[in-house]
Design a protein around this ligand. Structure first.
Ligand SMILES: Nc1ncnc2c1ncn2[C@@H]1O[C@H](COP(=O)(O)OP(=O)(O)OP(=O)(O)O)[C@@H](O)[C@H]1O
Ligand SMILES: [Mg+2]
Length: 488
């Protein structure tokens, strides 16, 4: 009986040892496999077990930690702060953020394990590496603040817009346009700006938007001359997913759709292909757009402004611009006169751009009064854009502080031109040449040059801008031998 009991006892000890071994294996497997770092201490805070990833998180391997107390490890700045210490003090589950010696940010959660007498016999802590999440959070925070800053900058720019201070309004004609613009801005009527290139159509179109109740909404500027005809429809009206090869998989809103609640400015409207004109007219009339490849239309609330330096009425007559669209756009048309017809603006613009470029290039140049007179006299075929470019060039290139007339490009120098004219005429007079003789002299020189350069009288005619029979007649009149001159 005794030996039976002993046998039973021995086999149960073996069984329990086996179970303990299994438990040990299981526990080690958990410690090995866990992504979290696990540390187990006794009830006094001495480390009993630690998972192998301690080395990457805390900079010390489990062999270093095991046997040490968390109080020591905290003093060594390894557990900073120790979650186990807090669990032992507070006797409950706690969470702490740790900054480890390897530069990681860790969220450590500790649990007390108590016996039947409610004594803490173990503390188990799990540490979760938050570094990547922390980095993502910091990136997110940075992006968020950046976004907020951009948003407020955009808002500020929208509100500031092109203020009156940025636009020179001196002449009576431009003052009248400015007043008209302020009145028109309040309505939602379509406006078309007309005028030569460089007179300021874009500037006034933007000012119109800024003066309207849509000023805080988008201002979409479309340069109709810059979009290839094949892309026009999809750019203006957008397209649905997979509507044509090369299209964006998700589809794309068109420019009209993006201008919702705001203003759509069609710059260089004269370049709008006829095929798009019909669809645009429909969109303006119905205030709805249907994307390319789409079935449903979407209501869009936009104000239309257009501009062109072409004669739209003439284009209508030639069938290049739809009459119905022309009338739709032309509800209010504002023609900005060329600079040569508003000389008062020239002086102001010269000073405005001089100041601007002096600031930009940190110079303090100024114009001699004769230079200003010559600038005022000049015809400015490229209008304000040309003036702006010339002032910038003068500020950069003039060596002296004062900008004298001789710094002006030759085509602007009035005096220079007059001197050249006088000099040539005086020379002819001295030689006793009549006007008729002088003209013939020029004609002969020009014909001889054509003969030297070209083989046939047809080519010469094209070069001289005459018809071929005329050339033959003139060569005969002056006795110019085509062949001999060419060989010379
Ligand atoms: N009244 C003005 N005051 C200040 N700058 C102006 C004024 N008018 C035009 N400008 C300037 O002249 C340049 C040309 O103006 P803008 O682009 O508006 O001309 P545009 O009539 O649209 O020419 P285009 O027909 O070639 O497109 C711009 O740099 C603009 O800032
Ligand atoms: Mg323009």
């Amino acid at each position: 009986m005794l030996s039976l009991n002993k046998k039973l006892f021995e086999s149960s000890v073996i069984f329990m040892e086996e179970q303990l071994q299994f438990l040990e294996i299981e526990l080690n497997a958990i410690l090995q496999a866990s992504k979290d770092n696990i540390v187990i201490t006794d009830g006094k805070g001495n480390v009993l077990r630690a998972s192998p990833n301690c080395i990457s998180i805390y900079g010390k391997g489990s062999s270093y930690l095991i046997g040490k107390s968390v109080y020591e490890l905290e003093a060594e700045n390894i557990f900073l702060p120790s979650v186990t210490k807090k669990v032992l003090t507070e006797r409950k589950e706690v969470q702490v953020m740790q900054h480890t010696p390897t530069g990681r940010t860790v969220m450590a959660t500790g649990f007390p394990v108590c016996n039947d007498l409610d004594e803490i016999i173990r503390v188990i802590s799990f540490s979760y590496d938050l570094t990547e999440i922390q980095c993502l959070k910091e990136d997110y925070e940075e992006l968020r603040t950046r976004m907020e800053r951009y948003q407020s900058e955009i808002q500020e720019l929208r509100e500031r817009g092109q203020s009156k201070e940025d636009i020179v309004i001196q002449s009576k004609s431009i003052q009248r346009i400015w007043q008209l613009l302020q009145r028109v801005a309040k309505s939602d009527a379509s406006v078309v700006f007309l005028g030569e290139s460089g007179v300021g159509k874009n500037v006034f179109a933007r000012a119109l938007h800024k003066g309207s109740h849509r000023k805080t909404e988008t201002f979409i500027e479309v340069n109709c001359g810059a979009i290839p005809e094949s892309l026009f429809e999809s750019e203006m009206f957008g397209y649905e997913a997979g509507s044509f090869t090369g299209a964006n998989k998700k589809g794309k809103p068109g420019l009209i759709e993006i201008a919702d609640k705001g203003t759509l400015f069609l710059d260089e409207i004269g370049e709008l292909p006829l095929s798009v004109q019909a669809k645009l007219l429909k969109a303006i009339q119905e205030k709805k757009v249907t994307r390319v490849g789409g079935v449903y239309s979407k209501s869009i609330n936009f104000r239309l402004i257009a501009s062109t330096n072409q004669d739209l009425e003439e284009m209508v007559k030639q069938g290049k611009f739809r009459q119905d669209l022309f009338y739709r756009l032309n509800v209010i048309s504002i023609t900005i006169p060329p600079l040569r017809e508003r000389k008062e603006d020239i002086v102001m613009l010269v000073h405005y751009y001089l100041k601007k470029f002096n600031e930009k290039y940190e110079t303090s140049k100024y114009f001699h009064s004769t230079t200003i007179e010559e600038l005022v006299d000049y015809e400015w075929p490229g209008n304000v854009r040309e003036l702006q470019n010339i002032i910038e060039r003068l500020v950069i290139t003039t060596e002296t502080r004062t900008i004298y007339p001789d710094s002006l490009p030759f085509h602007i120098q009035r005096e220079h031109q007059q001197n050249m004219d006088n000099w040539y005429v005086e020379e002819l007079e001295e030689r006793g040449t009549s006007l008729q003789e002088a003209l013939e002299e020029v004609e002969i020189r020009w014909l001889k040059r054509a003969v030297r350069q070209y083989k046939t009288t047809y080519e010469m005619a094209e070069y001289l801008g005459l018809n071929q029979s005329n050339v033959v007649r003139k060569l005969k009149k002056y006795g110019i031998n085509a062949k001999s001159h060419r060989n010379a």
